[in-house]
Design a binder for this molecule. Structure first.
Ligand code: ATP
Length: 142
């Protein structure tokens, strides 16, 4: 039996929004969460469920049954404190797999300590990919 994976995306900025949109387009079940009502409204017709909520509030995450999701993506970028606290709560609640967007090296260090399963730096990672693409197309130019 092919059981659909369930994802939750916390923070619907450019990064989280793009993850939410892509997973939804691929037919995945996605719960979209943001503290900003306008952002949530934007995703109401895209995600399976879209809710307004503060992810740093343990009771909000508990009431959404976040523990039952296979994979949670924390895409709160600028508010490092909220990102760390949210990740900590998700770990404590026993979420299986957590991906977090890091804003800088200090942020990453703390996320590692807390036990985030995957830490991404979208701008840095994309810069590396593009540089490598440039290098490989240069090789072909010779
Ligand atoms: P990006 O770089 O991905 O475009 P952004 O600059 O649009 O991000 P950020 O400030 O990084 O926005 O935050 C991403 C989203 O996280 C925002 O939509 C913001 O409302 C949301 N957010 C911030 N704090 C919380 C929180 N405590 N709970 C839920 N969502 C939050």
């Amino acid at each position: 039996m092919n059981v659909k994976k369930q994802y939750a995306v916390i923070g619907l900025g450019r990064f989280g929004g793009s993850i939410c949109r892509t997973l939804s387009e691929q037919g995945m079940e996605v719960l979209a969460i943001d503290i900003d009502e306008d952002r949530v409204n934007e995703f109401a017709s895209i995600a399976s469920y879209a809710v307004v909520g503060d992810a740093t509030d343990e009771n909000v995450l508990k009431s959404l049954g976040i523990r039952n999701f296979d994979h949670v993506i924390v895409a709160i970028g600028d508010n490092i404190q909220a990102s760390i606290l949210t990740t900590l709560i998700l770990k404590e609640l026993g979420v299986q797999h957590i991906t977090v967007k890091a804003t800088n090296d200090y942020h990453e260090k703390v996320l590692q300590k807390i036990g985030a399963d995957q830490i991404v730096h979208p701008e840095r990672d994309m810069g590396e990919r593009i540089a490598n693409n440039l290098l490989s197309s240069n090789v072909l130019d010779y």
